[in-house]
Design a protein around this ligand. Structure first.
Ligand SMILES: C[C@@]1(CC(=O)O)C2=NC(=C\c3[nH]c(c(CCC(=O)O)c3CC(=O)O)Cc3[nH]c(c(CC(=O)O)c3CCC(=O)O)/C=C3\N/C(=C\2)[C@@H](CCC(=O)O)[C@]3(C)CC(=O)O)/[C@H]1CCC(=O)O
Ligand SMILES: NC(=O)c1ccc[n+]([C@@H]2O[C@H](COP(=O)([O-])OP(=O)(O)OC[C@H]3O[C@@H](n4cnc5c(N)ncnc54)[C@H](O)[C@@H]3O)[C@@H](O)[C@H]2O)c1
Length: 218
């Protein structure tokens, strides 16, 4: 239940304060971008970093800049175009990352995208961003993203390192096993309550014995 003005807790609700709620607009959707068209304007170090983060998620990426780093040009999954940005380049894209060293150009790309409802990330100005890159851990089916709404990318990176250190070594295998077990339980345990108890017990056992191999399923 949503409690506004919150008499129950004595705390102010975000709904009472539009200014506060407007700073809390970054919902962490975990979105399937496989095959979706993304454009990176700029081909330097930061563009390469953003591309590297996106690659495991298999978006269809185009990079446009007069000078593009070799590592990007030589990557066969990328479409690299070595020339200056033109306004038409944003057409048909689901998301755009403005990563040039020209702040005016980055702001111009953002304005174009907003007019066309294309999601935009601007690497030199958080105010222009519709979406942010989180500090991220990706291990198999597990993705953890940490964001500070741009307050401190360094703090986000520090928390990411802490999470990485505390994560069970075998998390990838554990999630593979639990995923398969869930499929089997869906077919073999028709009662929803019984199925939920069974899967919860399996998850608790796996996570508590995280350093051990998951039990054989037969
Ligand atoms: C988390 C991470 C993800 C990633 O990029 O992978 C990330 N930045 C990282 C590192 C980093 N960034 C910068 C430095 C140099 C130190 C410094 O100058 O401050 C370092 C440190 C380093 O490189 O070690 C400079 C910087 N960054 C932004 C601006 C502009 C501005 O704030 O307006 C400027 C000033 C540029 C300038 O003026 O030149 C903006 C953004 N950076 C974001 C993400 C988004 C907010 C994330 C959040 O919610 O906190 C946001 C808003 C947009 C975006 O990029 O999506 C990654 C750590 C990953 C990891 O280690 O796991
Ligand atoms: N968000 C972050 O995490 C973060 C971190 C550090 C720096 N930055 C910002 O990122 C910006 C880019 O940094 P970099 O190290 O990649 O710079 P860089 O100099 O390595 O690369 C700049 C790129 O912009 C391209 N470019 C210039 N004019 C262009 C045009 N008209 N059309 C298309 N592309 C054009 C250049 O060809 C080049 O490929 C910096 O200015 C800095 O403000 C962001």
């Amino acid at each position: 239940m949503l409690v506004s003005g919150d008499e129950a807790t004595g705390m102010e609700s975000v709904f009472d304060n539009p200014e506060r709620s407007s700073t809390m607009g970054y919902f962490p959707f975990f979105m399937d971008i496989k095959g979706k068209k993304g454009l990176i304007v700029g081909g330097g170090e930061i563009a390469a970093h953003k591309v590297e983060k996106l690659l495991p998620f298999e978006a269809s990426l185009t990079v446009i800049a007069p000078t593009i780093l070799r590592e990007l040009v030589e990557n066969p999954v990328l479409s690299c175009i070595e020339r200056a940005f033109q306004d038409e380049d944003v057409e048909g894209k689901m998301f755009v990352i403005a990563a040039t060293d020209d702040q005016c150009l980055n702001a111009h790309v953002a304005e174009l995208c907003r007019a066309k409802n294309i999601f935009i990330n601007v690497v030199d100005d958080k105010k222009e961003c519709d979406f942010l890159f989180p500090a991220m851990v990706k291990k198999g089916k597990l993705t953890v993203g940490v964001s500070t709404e741009g307050a401190s990318p360094q703090a986000a990176a520090m928390l990411r390192r802490q999470i990485e250190q505390e994560m069970p070594d075998k998390i990838e295998e554990i999630l593979e096993y639990l995923s398969q077990l869930r499929e089997i339980a869906r077919n073999e345990i028709p009662d929803a309550g019984e199925r939920a108890r069974f899967l919860k017990k399996a998850a608790v056992e796996c996570m508590e014995n995280a350093q051990n191999t998951p039990p054989k399923n037969d």
